[in-house]
Ligand binder design. Sequence first.
Ligand SMILES: Cc1cc2nc3c(=O)[nH]c(=O)nc-3n(C[C@H](O)[C@H](O)[C@H](O)COP(=O)(O)OP(=O)(O)OC[C@H]3O[C@@H](n4cnc5c(N)ncnc54)[C@H](O)[C@@H]3O)c2cc1C
Length: 267
Amino acid sequence: DYEQAYLGHGYKELAIPPGPGGQFALDPHALHIWPRGGSMMIALPNADGSFTCTVFWPLEGRGSFAAFRTPEDLALFFSATYPDALGLMPTLTADYFRNPTGTLVTIRSRPWYYRDRVVLLGDACHAVVPFYGQGANAAFEDCAVLSETLARHAPDREAAFAQYESLRKPHTDALADLSLANFVEMRDHSASRAFRLTRRLEQELHRLFPRRFVPLYTLVTFTRTPYAEAVARARRQARALKATAAAAAAVVLVVALWLLLGRGGGR
Ligand SMILES: Cc1cc2nc3c(=O)[nH]c(=O)nc-3n(C[C@H](O)[C@H](O)[C@H](O)COP(=O)(O)OP(=O)(O)OC[C@H]3O[C@@H](n4cnc5c(N)ncnc54)[C@H](O)[C@@H]3O)c2cc1C
């Protein structure tokens, strides 16, 4: 049971070198995103003061990797699409034409083991697209779970492999879906005011009720909550929020009606 699904987008790494004196050219405590609807560039800080930028562009068509054949084409596109970043990227042309264009694939497979001889971990059995930054983390979680099942079933390795796969598979499948959905969110929605307002509201709710409300991104990125459980909890929270908002709206409506009718009756 094996599936590999490629995105129509690829990626390429570029660089923002350190500024004069070795300091960061951008805030190093942020994930920088240039969302452009259908494509994007991100930048992540390195320990030496530089940033690694990654462009995620279509492989073909307008604004794609196939569209830029000369340094002039590239410079024109960057000055129109990422004007604030262009001045920070003196090695853009060399980086762009030297660095490879990578593809982005989701792999779902089963089984992950053969008898008691071979077992797969990490990308070999569940590669995901990199938009939740969890691929390596998921591989480390595989190691932790496999280590536990090996200890629990020793010396029966096949039973340990079978339990490891059944414990991990639902969560790596959930991560594959989360990672694909986050690409759309990062490139198409993260610039919108509604998106940022929702994120701020989630953070505020988490600050007020740190145990009862934990945003999905926080659950996935900063806790060891297994991915499928994080998704289920986020759905429960969203339902509860909707119910609370509906109840609050109903109360406001009743109070407004009461005030209106009360005022009308008093005349
Ligand atoms: C652009 C991008 C950004 C990412 N960002 C993040 C992130 O921010 N956070 C995160 O957690 N994950 C991230 N990931 C995912 C992460 O890189 C992978 O999930 C992780 O490297 C998987 O580790 P692995 O050991 O399973 O496989 P790999 O890292 O692919 O290791 C497999 C190794 O096996 C070697 N190999 C292959 N075939 C053979 C052979 N026949 N003989 C001997 N050796 C062989 C390969 O050369 C390779 O070194 C990102 C991935 C990409 C593409």
